[in-house]
Design a protein. Sequence first.
Length: 250
Amino acid sequence: MFALIVPQKYYPEELLTPSHLRNPLEKISHRGAHQTLPENSIPAFLRAIELGADAIELDVHATSDGVVIVHHDPVVSAPGEKKARIADLSASEISRFPLAHGTGIPTLKAVLDAVGDRARVYVEIKATEIEPLVIRCIRESGASCAVHAFDHRVVKIVKKIFPAIRTGVLEVARHIDPVASLLAAGAEDLWQEVSFIDEDLVARAHFINARVIAWTADDPEQWETLSELGVDGICTNRIAELATWSLQLS
């Protein structure tokens, strides 16, 4: 038989109930409107905002000369060019590796300038030892940003460098204590893979004043369930459909 897991003392059971007094569900576009435009590109981000995104989510690496680049993978490729690691290229060399339709790989600075105050930007740090570069770029822009990562050590470093910034931890598993990593990293957002989100997880996060962001949820049935569970944000590849669906919640 399975042993009953008793909640830890800082989770009074009577308080582990879904909160009905929460902010509107945040609609987050995963890498921009990439069904029709290159993912992680400025055109895709701006289109996502036009379609109703409250926020965009993107990935960053850094070049050999310290420029923060928006790109998912650590390597870039292009016709006629050998694959190369972003960390081994200078910012000027990145231009040899355009995205589809000749769209350039953007810098984080360029994205933040283009988005301005129209949406929050969630920055996923994909590489280690680039935290100071990312934070400097964010602070100089003045844009509304938050930082998250799969490597929770990165999140802790970011919080140490810039305590005022909102941070989040990415999770692909359902931990017995779903907020332990939040507490360890000093983070405020739990980016939980959607299939592991349940009522208990949401309640425990809300009890410590953290938010739950579901990723990546692309199905209306998922959105309905997540809304009922009380998640705070949904990161999706289908931002237009999510924006339309969310109108019924108003």
